[in-house]
Design a binder for this molecule. Structure first.
Ligand SMILES: Nc1ncnc2c1ncn2[C@@H]1O[C@H](COP(=O)(O)OP(=O)(O)OP(=O)(O)O)[C@@H](O)[C@H]1O
Ligand SMILES: [Mg+2]
Length: 236
């Protein structure tokens, strides 16, 4: 199955911003994109249940063509790891339930885009880390890191874990979630040197003008989108 598993160096590093940009781009190339955020914690109570920001972003990125209930199946309120947030609501999630939630409604020619929660070794369920879900789905992994001090270490460690799990690396994105980076810092060049490949560096986009970051980022993910659409992530 064509697709990608989006993981991060941490929570809040731009997995959804990059994932939604890719979903939008791939849809424009004519693919049927099925975004999935199978489990999300930190959801806010609203009319009709726990509100998930990530699934609404993906819903918008595919022009509403994928039902919200399929994008984000399991949603919990506590801003903790999904495993703990689920336990606080009396629920013990299992890996096979997340795999089923990811695959539901996905046909062979579709593009399955799955966002994990937290980082590659963050727990998702009582029996699985993000890494285990990526392995169960067998998708190439896109690593998103916040482009800040510490990014080199977090990126290299995550990439090593992805490769160690026998998964294809779809690419590495260094994402400037915050403005005003030290002008002397060049994590893009340093990661490229240690990794032997160029990461994609995404600049900070000011959301104050009303354009969400994912939409501003979309023109810059064309190359990764084309590679993923061709199913040639292993060549990265
Ligand atoms: N390049 C960017 N420029 C400006 N804002 C950004 C950029 N990338 C991400 N953001 C913003 O940073 C915040 C965190 O990003 P995002 O929600 O994509 O992270 P995440 O890794 O998906 O987080 P989570 O672990 O909660 O799923 C969001 O408000 C997002 O709009
Ligand atoms: Mg997210």
């Amino acid at each position: 199955m064509r697709g990608v598993f989006i993981t991060g160096s941490d929570t809040g590093v731009g997995k959804t911003a990059i994932g939604a940009a890719l979903a939008w781009r791939l849809s424009r190339e004519g693919l049927v994109v099925r975004p999935r955020k199978p489990v999300e914690s930190g959801c806010v109570d609203r009319e009709g249940g726990a509100h998930s920001g990530d699934r609404e972003t993906y819903h918008a990125a595919v022009d509403g063509r994928e039902p919200l209930a399929r994008i984000g199946h399991y949603r919990f309120r506590a801003p903790l790891s999904p495993e703990r947030a689920a336990a606080l609501e009396g629920r013990a999630l299992r890996l096979d339930e997340l795999v089923a939630a990811c695959r539901e409604g996905v046909d062979a020619p579709d593009f399955l885009l799955v966002e994990g929660a937290g980082g590659f070794y963050s727990p998702l369920t009582a029996d699985a880390l993000n890494a285990d879900l990526a392995v169960a789905l067998g998708l190439p992994v896109l690593v998103v890191s916040a482009d800040r001090l510490g990014a080199i270490h977090q990126t290299l460690l995550t990439v090593e874990a992805v490769i160690g799990r026998g998964l294809a690396l779809a690419g590495v994105v260094l994402n400037q979630t915050a403005p005003g980076a030290d002008p002397g810092m060049d994590n893009g060049a340093d990661v490229a040197r240690w990794l032997g490949r160029d990461p994609l560096v995404i600049r900070h986009h000011d959301e104050a003008n009303g354009t969400p970051a994912w939409r501003a980022i979309a023109p810059f993910v064309t190359k990764i989108a084309a590679t993923l659409a061709a199913g040639s992530a292993h060549e990265w």
